[in-house]
Design a protein around this ligand. Structure first.
Ligand SMILES: Cc1ncc(COP(=O)(O)O)c(C=O)c1O
Length: 469
């Protein structure tokens, strides 16, 4: 039912009669487009119950709406807004200005080269549907209540076991907090451990939402350039040794895809231990390395409980799932427990139970292995296809892992302009320069390859890019 009909009706003496208020609300809902021609309206009995008025009062409003042609009874099918009725013909209520429904910053459709989206065509939907149906059937009454704010114990346990085997991280299920995505994990950390104007080291370039989150929280971002060994820790020690935290993407620097070298991992851990600062490890696609085996997580080297590990299901399953996790050091469990209780969000129990079964029954590990192989192939095919068509106009960086390629442009091209032109023409690219903070930046296009299925497809798309250069 339209929420516009729910607010309390006015019963003060001298006010508009109640049947008339109900009638006016329907007219307003039609005029504003919240009720469309053909939409079914609630039965008089149901609406009377909901509004706490006599059924006859609603029937009176309905008969007026019917008499004026706004609604039509359709026998068994109930009563509907008159098909073909134009919202503009509902003249009595001034139309309300609506803000357009926003879909957020990312394009809702799946566009070629869109970044950060796994191979959606290769997701095992049959298995997912089977597990989903099973979990639904097994739902008990109690499962319909609020889920635990920190996540379902079964999922927390499954993640702890997976991380031990796959990423070398030893943690107990109590250290694992389920969130609705990486940003919720970082927000939870900020709210629990940091205070306004604390300094935080970030990589330069950096995943833009990380910087936005820090800025929004009033933290002072200290961008440290990333080179072939990852974040420049020595620079951090000089510029802001007292920083309270560092956010890093050690497995594949985002977006350069370089790996944080072992000496730098060690000096970062040493600094955090000495300063009692925190390291936030964003391991968004650590599983996807194609040259050699995936490197263990930075968290696996954390002997003093300074690393908070943020993982997400967006890359290994699919982003629509909106499920991620945060592993906190043992000593912080009670503080994070307390903060999650205050925030009181929690994630959908049904989704969590499906993911938990997906992991414990071995589908997760199998899927990662299959995707690692597939992405290795798609990456090679995409790079080869683009290189063949674009030749000297672009150079593709050789990267050991990740889910996107970096196409370096010949000097005369602006990456922001080209990225915009690609987007205007049904392709999707990020301009590398936009990921940098400060005046110095590199230029290039960030191109997701995971949904490009063959070299032919890459060549075809490359031709399209060539016409846009
Ligand atoms: C660097 C980086 N971190 C984290 C994430 C994961 O974000 P989420 O869990 O909101 O999908 C992404 C996704 O694109 C990313 O690129």
């Amino acid at each position: 039912m339209s929420p516009t009909l729910v607010p309390t009706l006015s019963t003060n003496p001298g006010d508009t009669p109640i049947y008339r208020q109900i009638y006016d609300r329907f007219l307003a809902a039609i005029a504003q487009g919240n009720l469309q021609p053909g939409d079914r309206i609630p039965s008089a009995r149901a609406l009377a119950k909901e509004l706490g008025v006599a059924r006859g009062t609603v029937e009176l409003a309905y008969s007026l709406l019917h008499a004026e042609g706004y609604v039509q009874p359709q026998g068994q099918a109930g009563t509907v807004i008159t098909p073909g009725l134009l919202a503009t013909s509902v003249g009595k209520t001034p139309p309300v200005e609506h803000t357009a429904l926003s879909t957020g910053p990312t394009a809702p459709a799946l566009l070629p080269f869109q970044m950060g989206i796994p191979a959606l065509d290769a997701f095992p939907r049959k298995i997912w549907a089977r597990l989903g149906a099973r979990q639904l059937r097994a739902t008990q009454t109690v499962d319909l209540s609020y889920p635990p704010v920190n996540g379902l114990p079964a999922l927390r346990t499954a993640i702890a076991a997976h991380l031990q085997v796959a990423r070398g991280i030893h943690c107990s299920p109590a250290q694992v907090f389920i969130t609705a995505g990486y940003r919720e994990s970082v927000s939870l950390i900020i709210q629990t451990l940091l205070k306004t104007s604390d300094q935080v080291w970030t990589e330069n370039p950096c995943y833009p939402p990380t910087r936005e989150l820090l800025q929004h929280a009033g933290l002072t971002d200290i961008p440290l350039s990333a080179d072939a060994q990852g974040m420049d820790i020595a620079k951090g020690l000089t510029l802001a040794p007292d920083a309270k935290a560092a956010i890093v993407t050690p497995a594949h620097q985002s977006p350069l895809s370089v790996t944080l070298s072992l000496p730098r991992r060690q000096s970062l851990l040493e600094w955090a231990e000495q300063q009692q600062s925190w390291i936030i490890e964003d391991d968004y696609d650590g599983e996807y390395r194609y040259i050699s085996r995936p490197l263990p997580a930075l968290k696996s080297l954390d002997r003093h409980g300074r690393v908070l590990y943020a993982g997400t299901f967006s890359k290994v399953l699919f982003p629509g799932i909106r499920l991620a996790y945060l592993v906190v050091p043992e000593a912080l469990v009670s503080r994070f427990d307390a903060m999650s209780r205050i925030l009181g969000n929690g994630s959908p129990a049904l989704t969590q139970s499906i993911v938990s079964a997906f992991i414990t029954e071995g589908h997760f590990a199998r899927h990662i292995q299959r995707m690692r192989k597939l992405y290795g192939e798609r990456r090679t095919a995409t790079a080869a296809g683009l290189a063949k068509v674009l030749g000297k106009a672009m150079r593709i960086d050789p990267q050991p892992g990740g889910m996107h390629l970096i196409a370096r442009l010949a000097d005369r091209h602006s990456d922001t302009e080209l990225a915009q032109r690609l987007r205007d023409n049904g392709l999707y690219a990020h301009a590398l320069s936009r990921w940098f903070s400060g005046a110095t930046h590199e230029s290039g296009l960030l191109l997701g390859f995971t949904n490009i299925r063959s070299q032919d497809e890459a060549e075809e798309l490359g031709q399209k890019i060539r016409t846009l250069l």
